[in-house]
Design a protein around this ligand. Sequence first.
Ligand code: 3PG
Length: 333
Amino acid sequence: MKVLVADKFEKSGIDGLTGIGCEVMYRPELSDQALAEAIESNGVQALVVRSTKVTAAMLSSSLRMIVRAGAGVNTIDVKAATAKGVVVANCPGKNSIAVAELVFGLILALDRRIPDNVADLRAGKWNKKEYAKARGLFGCPIGLLGFGSIGREIAKRAAAFGMPVVAWDKIFGAEDRGLTAAEARMFGLEIAVQQVPITLAPSAEEVAARVQILSIHLPFAPDTKGLVNAAVLGQLGPGSYLINTSRGEIVDQDALRAAIRDRHLRVGLDVFAAEPSAATGEFTDPIVQEAGVYGTHHIVASTDQAQEAIALETVRIIKQFRETGVAPNAVNA
Ligand code: 3PG
């Protein structure tokens, strides 16, 4: 099978694919027209990508599958792939721990204003007077929009910090209750529920009304576009923290700017609606200039540990697809 890897990918993954007999082309620099041409001219059968955009123009007659070496498939034209019989599969859950770790990095950064501390020190300023003001996290409720594998990894870490968890996820509908013992067992949260209350709230707005920190862990889809709107943000008290490591489009940007300006929300953003699809480039979104906003470069899944796990999963998906014609984790089966 001819595999083209068009994004940064672990060596163990390349070796794994070669080991199962694939002919692997590693071309992380390819995108747009050049990627379409490489797929066509090389008779590529399986395409492996991270955030590189996969458009209908890239679906050559030889292409049989696309593996998203990560979770979000919003950068792939899944509809066009389905129409052409191209299987799209992803690697859910493999980067959840990395996401949870960055979320806590951002929360701690916001609470202690670590980046501003660093910037002032580098500018030769000592300002313990200002930076000694911080709230602390113990006892502070955290809200999770989305309670899949990422939300649950965050819940475990929140419990260790002594932070009660309030979650909403459409799999629970409009339920308003504590997590049952059976659910806690199923989600690996038996220890967490002994440390802090973990409750389910009936809506995103209701979560926001009950917490001081809100973190988003939903996939980007038509029903989540702009889901975190003025009504949701309006439920957060002044000075609350919002973390978005999911997709920029899930948060209404005008409402967010207004909430930062009018109610001094502190915000940690790893994702942006207009972020470049390439790994380097110009980035001029004015939101990162706002005081109280700490931005990172969509690095949420970029730990060696997570990328190793994703590489292994990618090899497993391609191997099984080759052997059985059925891809694990297919999103358009
Ligand atoms: C994902 O959807 O898996 C994360 O957002 C990470 O994306 P990346 O693989 O492009 O870094």
